[in-house]
Write a protein that binds this ligand. Sequence first.
Ligand SMILES: CC(C)(COP(=O)(O)OP(=O)(O)OC[C@H]1O[C@@H](n2cnc3c(N)ncnc32)[C@H](O)[C@@H]1OP(=O)(O)O)[C@@H](O)C(=O)NCCC(=O)NCCS
Length: 205
Amino acid sequence: MSPLKATSTKSPGSVRSLPSHVLGATNQNPPNVGVLALLREDLRIHDSKLFEQGFWAVAVHRFGNWRMSVRPKLLRFPFSVAYKLLYKWVEWTCGISLPYTVKLGRRVRIWHHGGMILHAAEIGSDCHIRQNTTFGVARTNHNFELPIIEDRVDIGCGAAILGNIRIGHDSVVGANAVVLKDVPPYSVAVGVPAKVIKTLTPLNS
Ligand SMILES: CC(C)(COP(=O)(O)OP(=O)(O)OC[C@H]1O[C@@H](n2cnc3c(N)ncnc32)[C@H](O)[C@@H]1OP(=O)(O)O)[C@@H](O)C(=O)NCCC(=O)NCCS
């Protein structure tokens, strides 16, 4: 994960001050791996089940990013139309909203499906996300103040992670937690509002 603080706009609602990744101007698929290899890896992490809804959400997300590297823009147009239709199809049939503007790491597992609004700035590699989770803004006029979820975070069902906050790597967010503040790495956070109840020991210490 990049050491950036979560995206913040100087004037809420202003599109001009947004960084390019939030505007979705570039291909943000993980570097140094082809899109087909990525898809194979995504399928593997979804237990090689082709009809797993989480796999489809991730696959359409990868496609949405891949098409941003198609130049010139005119050539990209049919891929963009296909992406927009597939994105809506995943929302309608799987109940998973994962826009291509989310910077998504590798081997992210989406367990089950339904009621998932995953509008984070970044979701790191090897994260697990369960049904009914919401990542997004804390207040309606705080456009694009989105959370960053670092690598290897395990997120319980029904959790809401809101605003310009960062969930540290190797943390666990309990079921139905409402997280409104930064969570340090190796933490277990539960409750409403979420509080850190434990610090985990790194495996290799
Ligand atoms: C948070 C979680 C991972 C447990 O972590 P843990 O470190 O093993 O924590 P413990 O079970 O020892 O619980 C510690 C305390 O937190 C409380 N707690 C645990 N999970 C909680 C939750 N989701 N919300 C509120 N409190 C919770 C426990 O009651 C306990 O409180 P106590 O000390 O007053 O008795 C687990 O409870 C959880 O929420 N998992 C989500 C998994 C999921 O979504 N499954 C759905 C699969 S479809």
